[in-house]
Design a protein around this ligand. Structure first.
Ligand SMILES: CSC[C@H]1O[C@@H](n2cnc3c(O)ncnc32)[C@H](O)[C@@H]1O
Ligand code: ZN
Length: 434
């Protein structure tokens, strides 16, 4: 049992996002057993139990673990390799040639680096689309993080073999490690997968009840190309071929018409918004207010670090909020309460996982502690949630617990050898960039 003792304030405990002050959280196995006040009668009894490991959370803020719903973790090997390009040039002239030189071990070490970076920024679950999924799973197992993984399907690269690989992964690993690993289907996009290929993906989704994770309407060029070829927007096209009959998480959704938004809402399509990547690649600005007003579930992703260039969800959700306030000329757009939801409960919904995203009894014990001691960002303290999301950063995350296991304490990782990962990645980057 773990007792998170005497925290300053905990959020994500109720739907109105009111924090609980001066309390404790008891974790039993992989679940949250009890959340209470230090004034409760049983607090003393719990604290005195011999089987309890106490984490002193004095002065700490507690949140559910953050959920990053769109990543390419192996791309941590490409940080800073190709900056300041538009998406098409970036992918075809820089990223894909580099990726074609990467082997499975490179992806393993790149993924480990991404996992270190995510844990250190309070991310406890990530949804990844990439290659070498067995080695990605090794990195997930060793680190203790939670992950939803899809083998990235680009028809020209993998064809039928990619579909077989997706099935193999589902059959072998969906629900692996006490449900810490879930497998989904990850066709890259409508511009790299044909209609027939996507229909094969849908057949697999049908058989295994799998989620589909796909890039959609990221750039104006992507939309214009498809409209010119078929008279349909990517959203209309995917709807018409039946893809949205399956649980779909569409990454990006930057260039959407009113009709596209209606289609997405009617079909309960989830959007993973990637503000930093969209801004850096000059892809455009998502119509976030319209999406939320239409009742669409929007979660947050970082995308890969080659287009971000970090994995700090607290930073990125602030970007998203400020950008929307600016473009809408309205500071009430994406208020604090929505910010917390976007990186927690909305992420859980996007991944179809009712066990994560909240600090509630019976939910998975994915918990992060933010250290406010002696930090300008947390002083004064009119509103702790404001300080976390409008002033703080992922670097303030002190302790991370995933599936009831202590993964980081006092910013020290318990499961991975950080220095070894930095050395490996640096050496591999030298070889790959030659
Ligand atoms: C098929 S695995 C994932 C594939 O996606 C590439 N990628 C990375 N970032 C983006 C993006 O913003 N839009 C489209 N594709 C992207 C990545 O390099 C992998 O090849
Ligand atoms: Zn992406």
């Amino acid at each position: 049992m773990i007792l998170i003792d005497n925290f300053k304030e905990a959020f994500g405990t109720s739907s109105n996002n009111e924090g609980i002050k001066n309390g404790y959280i008891l974790l039993e196995g992989d679940k949250i057993e009890k959340i209470g006040s230090i004034n409760d009668e049983d607090y003393g009894i719990i604290k005195d139990r011999e089987d309890v490991e106490i984490i002193d959370a004095t002065g700490m803020l507690v949140l559910p673990g953050l959920i990053n719903t769109h990543t390419h973790a192996g791309m941590n090997l490409l940080r800073g390799y190709a900056d300041d390009y538009k998406l098409h040039t970036w992918l075809t002239e820089k990223i894909w040639p580099f990726e074609s030189r990467m082997n499975e071990e490179d992806i393993y070490w790149g993924t480990k680096l991404a996992i270190i970076e995510m844990i250190k920024n309070g991310v406890t679950t990530f949804n990844d689309m990439y290659f070498a999924t067995d080695r990605v799973i090794d990195a997930v197992r060793e680190s203790g993080i939670r992950a939803d993984l899809g083998y990235g399907l680009i028809e020209e690269n993998d064809g039928e073999k990619g579909l077989e690989e997706s099935v193999r992964l589902i059959e072998m690993y969906d629900g692996y490690l006490n449900n810490r690993v879930k497998i989904n289907l990850a066709p890259h996009s409508p511009y790299t997968c044909s209609e027939d290929y996507l229909k094969e993906v849908m057949k697999i989704a049908d058989k295994y009840n799998s989620m589909i994770h796909i890039h959609v309407a990221e750039t104006k060029e992507e939309v214009d190309d498809l409209v010119n070829d078929s008279g349909k927007t990517p959203v209309q096209y995917l709807d018409e071929i039946g893809l949205f009959n399956y649980h779909t998480l569409a990454a990006h959704g930057v260039h959407l018409s009113d009709n596209d938004i209606k289609i997405l809402a009617e079909n309960n399509v989830h959007i993973s918004h990637n503000p930093a990547s969209n801004m850096k690649l000059g892809s455009g600005i998502i119509r976030l207010k319209e999406l939320l007003d239409a009742g669409i579930n929007v979660s947050l992703g970082t995308d890969g670090v080659a287009s971000n260039n970090g994995l700090d969800l607290i930073h990125d959700v602030r970007l998203a909020s400020y950008l929307q306030k600016a473009v809408n000329n309205d500071p009430t757009v994406i208020p604090l309460n929505n910010i917390l939801e976007i990186v927690t409960t909305n992420g859980a919904k996007a991944l179809g996982n009712a066990e994560i995203g909240e600090l509630k009894e019976g939910k998975k014990a994915d918990v992060i502690l933010i250290n406010t001691h002696n930090k300008p960002a947390y002083t004064p303290d009119y509103n702790s949630l404001s300080n976390i999301f409008y002033a703080g950063s992922g670097r303030d995350v002190d302790t991370v617990i995933i599936d009831g296991r202590l993964i980081m304490e006092n910013r020290e990782l318990k499961t991975l050898d950080e220095d070894k990962v930095y050395d490996e990645v640096a050496n591999r980057a030298d070889r790959l960039s030659e």
